[in-house]
Design a protein around this ligand. Structure first.
Ligand code: CO
Length: 465
């Protein structure tokens, strides 16, 4: 019997896409023991925006969260999403930092590392792959991930070439990441059949979003075309900008006579657990019902779920929601100017913010963000297509673009030393240093609060005695 397995995303991508990653660990700790028995291929639970959100909004140590997940999910593969050389941040880190981050991620409990580069410039995922192999244990899986998008330069043949390259590089599995949910059933069929022919029995994974309403059809075609693993979220956190529903796919696969290895009672129990949690965040406004809707316009704008909900949040903060439609319409134009980068972190934020700036300022590229300038300079890698010459000239002047890998390869150890020194007695472990390197301001605040809280508790304990 053909097997198709499911990765449950409620703890990472579904949470990130629907409610800007504001789900605290305490909300779901009690269901983890059940989730561990569900029979998922893996649980996506860390990486992406969870790290930033823990430190910035939730007053949680992301490493402690990971250890909690590991403790309560000992039998399930824990999966993270990693932005290649950007780790979980928005800029390139030196190779020694990338290696250390992966060493610590595996040490603290991560099993599957899904590694992508926003531009599909695979030079930017090589260090992360090699580090994953270096620190791997028996459970570790290095998953090479392609940022899927449509543009005049993104053809089926090009994607097949990319998959062959990932296989050659030594990845264990390959994932097609359709972050905007714009892959059509027709495209899925052609892509997946073509890729399967090219990579043989290597595991192929499809990650998509319901944003445009296409996902269920696309997944169905993907299953018929030989996909091995699909990403889904328990139905309470499915749909809209999130993934298709786990339970729905379970029942559909049953009809196909395909075994997905899930325990029906448990996946229903998991979903029942998350229903009131979802309601809580709808009631307090953190889950905007707008992100639960189907928006076929995304087929035009190619905007991923997380980006859409962030843009809504930012514009609401600036009392500029009346500019939403104009900003959305500006996105594909900025994207074409920048050589059709796939809209995935950090490029989705860069393109999104630039589009918002262009609209709010009222003149295109009057203000260009530092990140977009760096992108045009070549610091993120090679763009899929040439950047608009006028825009390029505006940023580069007479300079030539740089090779991003030259800087990355520096292994001075200075980043660690400097971070450790900056933290002083706030630092207890290498994980603290790594958090600081990724998010200095948030980590400093978090560690100061932690220290203050512990001192208060110490005083309290003495008084009690
Ligand atoms: Co996603």
């Amino acid at each position: 019997m053909k097997k198709v397995q499911l990765t449950e995303t409620v703890l990472r991508d579904a949470n990130q896409s629907l409610m800007a990653t504001r789900l605290p660990y305490a909300d779901y700790e009690d269901i983890l023991a059940d989730m561990d028995k569900a029979g998922y291929y893996s649980i996506e639970c860390w990486g992406g925006a969870t790290f930033d959100s823990c430190l910035r909004y939730l007053n949680e140590d992301p490493w402690e969260r990971l250890r909690g997940l590991k403790k309560n999910l000992p039998n399930t593969r824990l999966q993270m999403l990693l932005r290649g050389q950007n780790l979980l941040g928005y800029k390139h880190y030196h190779d020694d930092v990338v290696e250390k981050f992966i060493e610590l991620s595996i040490k603290n409990g991560i099993d599957v590392i899904r590694i992508f580069d926003a531009l599909n410039d695979f030079r930017n995922i090589e260090t992360a792959l090699n580090a994953t192999k270096k620190y791997a244990n028996a459970k570790t899986i290095a998953s090479g991930c392609i940022s899927y998008t449509q543009s005049p330069v993104h053809t089926v043949d090009k994607y097949i070439e990319m998959c062959k390259e990932l296989k050659k590089m030594g990845f264990d599995t390959i994932c097609l990441k359709d972050m905007a949910g714009t892959m059509s059933p027709y495209e899925a069929e052609h892509l997946i059949k073509g890729i399967k022919d090219a990579i043989g029995d290597m595991t192929l994974i499809l990650h998509t979003h319901c944003t445009t309403g296409m996902a269920y059809m696309t997944i169905t075609k993907a299953i018929e075309s030989g996909i091995d693993v699909i990403d889904t979220a328990c139905s309470a956190f499915s749909g809209g900008t999130s993934q298709p529903s786990t339970e729905t796919m379970f029942y559909a696969l049953q009809q196909y006579g395909i075994d997905c290895g899930l325990n029906e009672d448990i996946i229903n129990k998991v979903n029942d657990y998350f229903k009131p949690i979802k309601q809580k965040y709808i009631d307090n406004g953190q889950l905007n019902p707008k992100s639960l809707a189907t928006d076929a316009q995304a087929l035009v704008y190619k905007v991923p779920g997380g980006m859409l909900s962030n843009m809504i949040a930012n514009l609401t903060d600036m009392h500029a929601m009346d500019k939403f439609d104009a900003a959305l319409a500006e996105i594909p134009k900025v994207r074409a100017d920048l050589g059709y980068p796939p809209l995935v972190t950090p490029l989705s934020q860069m393109v999104g913010n630039q589009a918002v700036t262009n609209v709010l300022v009222g003149e295109r590229y009057k203000n260009i963000s530092k990140e977009v300038k760096n992108y045009i300079k070549g610091e993120y890698g090679i763009a899929p297509a040439p950047i608009d010459p006028e825009l390029s000239k505006k940023v580069l002047g007479d300079d030539k673009p740089v090779d991003c890998r030259v800087e990355d390869k520096k292994r001075t150890g200075e980043d660690f030393a400097a971070a450790k020194e900056a933290l002083g007695d706030l630092c207890r472990c290498e994980e603290d240093v790594m958090s600081y390197i990724c998010y200095p301001d948030q980590t400093l605040k978090f560690l100061r609060d932690r220290k203050a809280q512990e001192e208060n508790e110490a005083v309290y304990t003495i008084e009690e005695m």
